[in-house]
Ligand binder design. Structure first.
Ligand code: AMP
Length: 312
């Protein structure tokens, strides 16, 4: 069973109120695949970098167990660059600069060996490029997609076309409001499900995630962490854990989807503990299980006693 991820492989410069880092390895595809790899042996990455992409970063992805046959190197161009600054409330961030560079002309050709991928995870990327990858995969079992405000604002029609081919759409709360043009998240979810996906997951940063289908809602908590170093990649690590669990479960029913949201939240909770994707690289297998259990404990509601009955 395999997962194909497509997205950016990037240089990120990140500022928080407490620390900063320049030109660290980032990008949606990097985070998704490094997270998914903890659940699935066969994680394939499709993306593009420039001639300036260092061997050291390539090696980091390889050490994380990611298949890089689909990572193109554009000898003419520079690697995608993103510069973000987090507020004191680290749920808020400003994008200070986005340099698309090699992404401007990226027209992915996926390796033949990737055409049979079971789950396709379309990371944050120009929606037309997301579609072009989908066209090259033969009948995938499940398509998960992410996006961000940049594409909602700059390529809204193309995004809507892509959404018609997506099974599970994962976005954050402000993006959901913007895409649906609706402040209430429940109403926004109805509008977005009407655009094509069967399942919508709305991430709410440190307030957890909501899973919507046509006739159900599930709410997962976020893990209350004391030390958040860098929230970058949390959304992507979430998507990686989600895809990873679904492959492991071998099923797409409600129960599997709910557990997958918890494993997505687990991976997001780890990635924020260090700058860049570092934490995804030193995670022991036991740690994922332990944190998943903590999530379960965190959300356990004791049995309820109707009003008028004696409390035990
Ligand atoms: P997240 O924190 O999960 O929303 O994702 C952060 C990652 O998204 C960073 O590593 C960036 O390199 C990448 N990124 C930022 N802007 C874009 C964009 N417009 N398109 C694709 N990826 C982006």
């Amino acid at each position: 069973m395999s997962i194909l991820t497509v997205g950016t492989v990037a240089f990120d410069s990140i500022e928080t109120p407490f620390a900063s880092a320049e030109h660290v390895l980032g990008g949606s595809a990097s985070y998704i695949s490094l997270a998914a790899r903890h659940f699935c042996d066969d994680v394939r990455l499709v993306g593009v970098v420039g001639q300036d992409f260092p061997d050291e970063y390539r090696q980091t992805l390889l050490d994380g167990g990611v298949d890089l046959e689909g990572l193109e190197v554009d000898p003419e161009g520079k690697t995608f660059f993103w510069h973000g600054r987090y507020h004191y409330d680290m749920n808020e961030r400003d994008t200070l600069e986005t340099q698309l560079n090699v992404l401007e002309t990226f027209d992915p050709t996926i390796p033949e060996s990737y055409a049979d991928s079971n789950i396709v995870c379309l990371g944050n990327l120009e929606p037309g490029v997301q579609r072009s990858v989908l066209e090259q995969v033969v009948d995938p079992d499940y398509v998960i997609a992410d996006t961000m405000n940049f594409w909602i604002e700059n390529t809204p029609d193309s995004l809507r076309t892509t959404l018609q081919e997506v099974d599970c759409f994962v976005i954050n709360d402000s993006e959901a409001r913007e895409l649906a043009d609706e402040p209430n998240l429940v109403t926004a979810s109805d509008h977005i499900l009407d655009m094509g996906p069967d399942t919508l997951i709305i991430k709410k940063g440190e307030h957890g995630a909501l899973l919507f289908t046509e006739d159900s809602v599930f709410s997962a908590p976020a893990y209350p962490l004391e030390d958040i170093q860098d929230p970058t990649g949390a959304g992507d690590a979430f998507a990686g854990g989600l895809a990873g669990h679904l492959i492991r479960a071998g099923s797409l029913n409600q129960e599997s989807l709910r557990r997958a949201v918890v494993y997505g939240s687990v991976m997001a909770s780890f990635v924020v503990e260090r700058f860049g994707p570092a934490r995804l690289l030193d995670l022991g297998p036991g740690e994922i299980g332990e944190r998943a259990q903590s999530f379960r404990d965190l959300a356990a509601i004791p049995s309820l006693v109707p009003l008028g009955k004696q409390l035990a």
